[in-house]
Design a protein around this ligand. Structure first.
Ligand code: NDP
Length: 291
């Protein structure tokens, strides 16, 4: 039998993360999928994986460095390597955006995701694991068309993590001085949108810096989770929302995967791209597009 592929998913106790675990668990892939369903509480979802796939439950808080390193130690000890990381965990405080709440969103969605990527690449050895992939679950809210062109071009031209960190800090400073609009970030509330644009810029930088790893990001669409319900009645189920992240984790990244995800196909080495469907209500497997 082929050697297993070890997959780690964050924020999998509910919402789209739970949908991602369900879809991986039922995917018949050429390699057995060993799935770590992680969450802050280490919740056991009691999902039955279709053999030879397996699920393990573990604690992982993406904003706590010691939680990440302790998870990595256990996972490497048990599995030897990590092939796929899906950074799904996220928060949205747009409905009640105080300065503290905005900072919390940047901390979890941007700094938390960055810390996960950096520690998984280094201590988790993903930077030297053949065919490793990282998937950052972003949002259509990341679109740079929401900003003045000077701000958009700064997101687009970031060439290092310190460039992205500087943008994050400028945004936080503007929130603290109530000057988001004059600073080029648009009228509040925008912390969720800014956090996801930072995540996309991070994805591009990490893809350039880690040539052996395929690093991509995506919008899952408008999905029936707690977060999705903050803005109305979402049309997509959790498993429909899981399709694009799962494709980016184990499927065909080239155009051949646009129709059905290509979950059993060899992939083209696409990296540093943002994937989504044409509209947030569409149920497809996404395609690479501008953000
Ligand atoms: P939910 O609010 O339903 O779930 C969020 C998940 O993230 C929960 O499992 C939560 O865990 C976890 N989480 C939050 N903070 C942390 C942390 N510090 N460490 C670990 N886990 C954490 O959101 P969705 O399922 O809808 O969203 C999943 C992803 O999809 C997010 O990144 C979101 O931005 C993105 N997205 C969602 C859309 C939608 O329509 N739903 C649309 C576009 C993007 P806990 O239970 O412990 O709080």
């Amino acid at each position: 039998m082929a050697s297993p592929s070890t997959i780690v998913v964050t924020g999998s106790n509910r919402g789209i993360g739970q949908g991602i675990i369900n879809l991986f668990a039922n995917t018949q892939h050429p390699q057995p999928l060993h799935i770590y369903a992680t969450s802050r509480g280490g919740v056991d979802l009691k999902i039955q994986a279709k053999p030879p796939n397996e699920i393990r439950y573990a604690k992982l808080d993406v904003s706590d460095k010691s939680s990440i390193t302790s998870f990595l130690k256990t996972a490497l000890n048990d599995s030897g390597k990590i092939d796929v990381l899906i950074n799904n965990a996220g928060i949205n405080n747009n409905n009640n955006e105080t300065p503290d709440a905005a900072e919390q969103v940047i901390n979890v969605n941007y700094h938390g995701t960055k810390q996960m990527c950096q520690l998984f690449l280094s201590e988790g050895k993903m930077s030297s694991t053949p065919n490793a992939r990282i998937v950052n679950v972003s949002s259509t809210a990341s679109s740079l068309s929401n900003y003045p062109s000077a701000t958009a071009s700064r997101f687009r031209s970031a060439t290092s993590i310190s460039d992205v960190d500087a943008l994050a800090q400028e945004y936080i400073n503007s929130v603290k001085t109530s000057s988001q609009e004059s600073a080029g970030f648009g009228a509040p509330p925008k912390s969720y949108q800014v956090s996801k644009a930072l995540m996309n810029a991070l994805t591009v930088v990490l893809a350039r810096e880690n040539k052996g790893v395929l690093v991509n990001c995506c919008c899952p669409g408008w999905v029936d989770s707690d977060m999705g319900n903050q803005i109305g009645r979402p049309p997509k189920t959790l498993e429909e929302g899981a399709r694009i992240p799962v494709r980016l984790g184990v499927g065909q990244l080239g155009k051949g995967g646009d129709g059905d995800g290509g979950l059993t196909q060899e992939t083209e080495p696409v990296t540093g791209r943002y994937y989504g469907n044409d509209g947030v209500t569409d149920r497809g497997w996404g395609r690479a597009r501008e953000w």
